[in-house]
Write a protein that binds this ligand. Structure first.
Ligand code: GLP
Length: 264
């Protein structure tokens, strides 16, 4: 796991967008896994800028989103479908047919989850999965206690997540859905590369636990320790409870020293 500590939210966003852009340039028909929440908004803004000002081409890219609230149609202003179109898709040249986001208003959610998993496989799997993290250490909507082998399924949201996300809903907690469709931890772990971003002091605990604590289903992000290609980009506040900050910063600043041994 590579841990990159950046000064602030802006630097975190630029770094994350640069990693995604590099992936798209290397493989124009990249399959991206995308996340919602307040954390990736800056990353998406920078990707939009790279598209508009530097010609970053999304025409062959396919995307799969992590999750969606169950019971919300894609027209609902707090749905993750609405979020993705507003904050990214409508500003870039992505082919609309290549956008996959779980549907919150499906008749048969189980059937849909199975279809979603198959669709990801059909595209050869996810090349690069972007993740945020919940304050209780969850990734996507894999709340504490989720199986680390879990697949796309319906999940009941934790009280903490409902409280955290109530800020987006007008009538506060009453309106936050109690259920969601989410990719499983096992689904996420099958992505070829993973990029997790986190900022702010309210993520510091979760980051310390998932990066330096034991692997546990109580902190589902800790399962990323089992993956071979994970990059974590944090701001200083989110990194503030890590014990090995000196090591991560040394690695970040001295990458050139190891290059000669790697034959690249
Ligand atoms: C929700 C989403 C997660 C996201 C988390 C954190 O639970 N399902 O994918 O990482 O919120 O959101 P924020 O970035 O707003 O802190």
């Amino acid at each position: 796991m590579e841990v990159i500590i950046t000064r602030d939210y802006n630097e975190m966003s630029l770094k994350a967008a640069a990693i995604i852009a590099e992936q798209i340039k290397k493989k124009p028909d990249t399959v991206l896994g995308l996340a919602t929440g307040s954390t990736p908004i800056g990353t998406y803004k920078e990707l939009i800028r790279l598209h508009k000002e530097e010609g970053l081409d999304f025409s062959k890219v396919t995307t799969f989103n992590l999750d969606e609230y169950l019971g919300l149609s894609s027209l609902h202003k707090e749905s993750y479908n609405y979020f993705m179109w507003k904050n990214l898709f409508k500003h870039i040249n992505i082919n609309h047919e290549n956008v996959y986001i779980p549907k919150g208003d499906v008749q048969d959610a189980e059937d849909f989850c199975h279809w979603y998993e198959e669709k990801i496989k059909e595209f050869g799997g996810i090349d690069l999965q972007l993740l945020g993290i919940g304050s209780d250490g969850h990734i996507a909507f894999n709340e504490p206690g989720s199986s680390l082998m879990s697949r796309t399924r319906v999940k009941t949201l934790d009280e903490q997540t409902i409280r955290d996300n109530s800020r987006f809903f007008r009538k506060e907690e009453e309106e936050v859905p109690r259920f969601a469709i989410t990719m499983g931890v096992g689904t996420i772990l099958e992505a070829k590369k993973i990029l997790l971003i986190a900022n702010g002091v309210n993520k510091a605990d979760a980051c310390a636990k998932f990066i330096e604590g034991p692997v546990t289903s109580q902190i589902t992000a800790s399962a990323l320790q089992l993956h071979q290609h994970v990059t974590v980009v944090l701001d200083e506040e989110a990194a503030s409870k890590l014990k090995r900050i000196g090591y991560y910063n040394w690695v970040r600043d001295n990458k050139h020293l190891v290059q000669k041994y790697l034959g690249r």
